[in-house]
Write a protein that binds this ligand. Sequence first.
Ligand SMILES: [Zn+2]
Length: 433
Amino acid sequence: MMIRFALVPLLLALNFSMCKKNEVVSQNPQPPGASSPAAGTTTAGGSPGVAPVAASPKIKKPVVDQTAQTIIFCYHRLVDKIRYPGTEITPAAFEAQMKELKDRGITVISMQDLLAWKRGEKNIPPRCAVITFDDGWKSQYEVAWPIMKKYGYPFTMFIYTEGVAGGSLGGGQAITWEQLGDMRDNGVDIEAHTATHQDLREGHNIMLASTGGKKTRTKLTGPQYEQWVQNEVVGSKQLLEQRLGIKVNCFAVPFGNYNEHVKELARNAGYEAMFTVYGQPITFTSAMDSIGRYAIEANKPKVFEDAVKMIGASTSGGAPVAEVGAKDLATQPADGETVRTALPLIKANLSGIGQIEPGSVQMRVSGLGVVPATYDPKTGAISYQVTQKLREKSCSVFVSAKSQGKKVEAHWTFGIEESPARAAPPAAQTPKK
Ligand SMILES: [Zn+2]
């Protein structure tokens, strides 16, 4: 008996540690591996819903709100007198926009938080904005930064390296490496925007600057183009990383002019996200290689208003519900799984959702309605042993709870295929995760 007792937790630990590794690979539920039946029999005899809960502290990933939305703004120069309305804005207009975000309850988050959310690692508020500045202008350091500090907003600088003061394209209004270093030291995110800020597609008109400072208009193809574009996409990243001692994982494409080849170069160079200037709300499923930003220009004030309205509209349809993925709740049976019993044990782990209001947890099962599920606030486990046979071939489960005043809901579906040949106990199928 002693040995038996010692073995049970061991088997469980083994089972769960193996599942962790498999998590990434097996999106779709696979037939149970060799270790599952062993652990299955150990839990079958125990009180349902208690033993497998041992896995709950292993779930490190928080459950992210997949309904959150972000808008990303792109600014250029801040000047009192607008001469180039396509890339300039007055400090007063800029500050009014920063204030409006605050007044409208749109949270300004950092780019790295946005990316962490996209990876499923971190939650963000339901409606967010990310602020970015392109090209590296002195006014971004001298004028924009103090305003951003005043509001406590994080932001990202997209720099093209030859445009920094001292570079072949760095004029009198260019930001300096020292200023960039100062920003870096104070938590400003600095990311890549090529070396010379041009159309990155092969065979397009570009300007080449020779060492003497002479500029020639040309079109590059073949190996010459490859060498040039390599420096634009990869070389600029390396230069920023080396000069500033930072990690660069974002790439803003000048004018949004790129193609599959450029995307591949960027991906291979280690960029996690690529940005264009085709503004659109960013959702959990938005493609990482074409994240649209709203370019704010003095002559198009409507762009800002439209962008703000885009995510403002998403909450107008009744009480907000945050949808979370069933995978994040380590559900049993898993989403898409087929079980061999019409009397399954249904489980989920809500520990990743965060603070859950007592009494707000509810489980609904198709064909049964609300079921008297057991919820353990300590482990976050909710479970229900079905006691009357499920009659349909597929079963949908809805688990909901209130967290920080917001309703959070997950739902998943599993199939039922009773095999009369086997008289196995129903619970033998359950431990899959
Ligand atoms: Zn630019």
